[in-house]
Design a protein around this ligand. Sequence first.
Ligand SMILES: *[C@@H]1O[C@H](CO)[C@@H](O)[C@H](O)[C@H]1NC(C)=O
Ligand SMILES: *[C@@H]1O[C@H](CO)[C@@H](O)[C@H](O)[C@H]1NC(C)=O
Ligand SMILES: *[C@@H]1O[C@H](CO)[C@@H](O)[C@H](O)[C@H]1NC(C)=O
Ligand SMILES: *[C@@H]1O[C@H](CO)[C@@H](O)[C@H](O)[C@H]1NC(C)=O
Ligand SMILES: CC(=O)N[C@H]1CO[C@H](CO)[C@@H](O)[C@@H]1O
Ligand SMILES: [Fe+2]
Length: 437
Amino acid sequence: MNLLIISLLLGLSSALDFSKVKLGLQHKCGDCQPQQVHIAFGEKVNDIVVTWSTFDDTLESIVEYGEGIMDRQATGSSKLFVDGGWLKRRQYIHTVTLRDLKFNTSYVYHVGSVYGWSDEFWFRTVPAGEAWPVRAALYGDMGSANAQSLSYLQEEAQRGHFDMILHVGDFAYDMDSSNARVGDEFMRQVEPLAAMVPYMTCPGNHEEKYNFSNYAARFSMPGRDSSLFYSFDVGPVHFVSISTEVYYFTQYGLKLISNQYDWLREDLDKANLPENRSKRPWIVLFGHRPMYCNDRFDRDCQREYTRFGLHGMWAIEPLLKEYGVDLVIWAHDHLYERSFPLYDNKVYNGSTEHPYVNPGAPVHIITGSAGCKEGHAHFQKDPAAWSAFRSSDYGYTRLVAHNKTHIYMEQVNVEQKGEVIDSLWLIKNQHKPYDIK
Ligand SMILES: *[C@@H]1O[C@H](CO)[C@@H](O)[C@H](O)[C@H]1NC(C)=O
Ligand SMILES: *[C@@H]1O[C@H](CO)[C@@H](O)[C@H](O)[C@H]1NC(C)=O
Ligand SMILES: *[C@@H]1O[C@H](CO)[C@@H](O)[C@H](O)[C@H]1NC(C)=O
Ligand SMILES: *[C@@H]1O[C@H](CO)[C@@H](O)[C@H](O)[C@H]1NC(C)=O
Ligand SMILES: CC(=O)N[C@H]1CO[C@H](CO)[C@@H](O)[C@@H]1O
Ligand SMILES: [Fe+2]
């Protein structure tokens, strides 16, 4: 067909929006069926960012959505992602933001383009304001092979048990493996939950290859820093996601540590402004490698850089004290472990009695036992003085932030048919810097 006719048609189509005609004429799309659909909170919790992949370029990225029927449309864009492996496999990763959704409302949607649409999915937006109980699943280290907790999480997500997921690093083992086919497989496996519940993340050591590029390309977290660190507010909780990995893979630049550290201090400072903290008093920070660890073979973790910093700088534990961080969630060690209130390796008001009432220091949870091909962890023989409960059975953690004063957490053991093996009430009627010398 000659150019004149094409440009004529193009002119027409932009005037009349015959986009199908336009695309059909110009472009052949071989492998354009959407897959790996997942969602996340955007810059605010009633913005939902939808992300998916196609192997060829669809030229357009569309989400059709609505309440009950898909009567609305939002468009976004795609980026070519080239994996670093020898095949240099390519895929187009699409993102579309659904803005200003109604709170506490169910939406159906599908994603795609004129070349193909995904299955239909649904999600429910969270209620407005702070006065409602946030329900989350927390875990790390799940993997594509031996993803022991996956079926439990898929089922709970589809039954509407969670408002959000925190996957605390170490996704697929590894996303870049087999020229990133393992990453694709993992993203397909989590689709039944991640397409329905905001799937919030932080990077782990298994995401390191090619400067975390599989992680950065596949997840669309809020903020401007390639999903490496960011924060978001849900109900009565200010969640903060950090990369512990910037302390360990320093070949990518010490600048990344100082950038994150400066951002973190500023973020915690803002969250502590009286008007913010009184409205939304809980601060929950999560990152992959624990600040304290009890795994016999985990030498890396024993270096505890986030606790002490590097080169005498950028230590994060003092910020937890200074800004009164209530709860810290880690993974990496393939186990579940709950600390007593803990600061600088000292226990503050440790007691095996539940609950923790106005604890004198932050509480740490390690939840890295969702599955993965590396198997169970091996504890040090004797628990550390700070250890309140530990188990190396596979499982995941449920968290409910009931209101401004009460957080409840429990550990689900998937090796015992989903039995709850540990639980904790964290009760605080004041949230402020800890009174520790
Ligand atoms: C959300 O909606 C449900 C059902 O429509 C209602 O029962 C519930 O009270 C609402 N929650 C809030 C916090 O508004
Ligand atoms: C690694 O990626 C980050 C952005 O995520 C970038 O700021 C940094 O410069 C990169 N480092 C190298 C060595 O490429
Ligand atoms: C805290 O409050 C300030 C000013 O009221 C606002 O600009 C900021 O975004 C808030 N930060 C958080 C984390 O809530
Ligand atoms: C907060 O939630 C807990 C647990 O559901 C409840 O016992 C307590 O009364 C609630 N507090 C307020 C102020 O609603
Ligand atoms: C070590 C420590 O933090 N002790 C505190 C335990 O809690 C009581 C009040 O509940 C404080 O008075 C102690 O200082
Ligand atoms: Fe790890």
